[in-house]
Design a protein around this ligand. Sequence first.
Ligand code: GLY
Ligand code: MN
Length: 418
Amino acid sequence: MLPRSVAVVHANDIIATNADGTAAYCPNSDLFYLSGVEQEETVLLLAPDAEEARDREILFIREPTPLSKLWDGHKLSKEEARALSGIERVEWVSAFPGVFRSAMNEMENVYLNLNEHARAVIEADNRDARFVHETRRQYPLHAYHRLARLLRIQRLVKSPDEVDLIRKAAEITRDGFLSVAKLIRPGINECEVEAEFAREFIRRRGRFAFLPIVASGKNSCSLHYVANDQACRKGDVLLLDLAASYANYNADVTRTFPVSGKFSRRQREVYNAVLRVMEESIRGLCPGKSPKLWHKEGQALMQEELLQLGLISQREVKRQDVLNPALRRYFPHGLGHPLGLDVHDVIEPGLPIAEGWVMTVEPGIYIPEEGFGIRLEQDVLVGKVANTVLTADIPVEAELVEEIMHAAPKRAAGVRKR
Ligand code: GLY
Ligand code: MN
């Protein structure tokens, strides 16, 4: 931040659903990143140049009351918040307006936070956004800056502790896949497969990182299919794009299984094409390369594979519109995205790939006219000389996928392993 700056980050709102219902609480990723605090109504104020040391870093938390204890159970005490965050000065949130006024009086620059994700669809303001409006109204003469830009640059490079948490999420995800592999058979419903993942994730203190995609047959051609309520049929594929989160850090994994335990010749052909693009794109994730170039290289690899598969022709390629190349008919999405506290994690436009980034690599080929799609996805830690695939122990080669389906007798969903 510039000299004489103050920054403020808020917790997320509790989102209302219908009647008096609320959605499961989703902690604010930036607040959690900076403070380790997940609790609603929390505010973090940073003013590193404040004259008094005690004014430089302050955490505000909601004050527990007998009523909140009765209905919501335990909330953080000041001591607990101090120990959790490492921030010495913890105040009740009712003190925030006065403290903020003093900070504004002392400071020149204000860094406020907004969800600036390129693909965010925002219909209602959150606490940070409301605070931006209100602060600018009350203090129109300060210099305002985007905290999101600074946080994006920081959050892109994962610390060893963050990588460990992503690894843990990947480990829980792996156990879900290994457990589910033994259940998949003709006749099983997509919802039974989802339930088995839930069983495996929840008992390991994991959660679904995002709405799970359990897509059999032609459903595998809908990129974000989440109905998960159809029976899996003999001869079809089952595309599973789902993963666990652990301690707010996410994995993001896709595997595609043959429902009958063996891929057809055509399915395997397409599968191996996707696999080759994925493996080459993992190798292509190099520090210093722009994510756009990496994506373009992936598209070039995919174009070659689609030509080989007879899905597109040289003629089409020659005549194609560079902004909408022929390959997009079968590979219409991005090659991958940063992963971390958010599944589609923050990225700073123009910044080259760097050591410490965690990226998903997820090519796919979707052929509605043949009734199936194949997507494969790994989570990759970018290293200085070599990359580490954090999801490497979830089998991905077609033969290994078939093998784990046959590794043990089929058991009914819900029956516990001994
Ligand atoms: N795994 C879902 C997605 O990346 O969109
Ligand atoms: Mn993904």
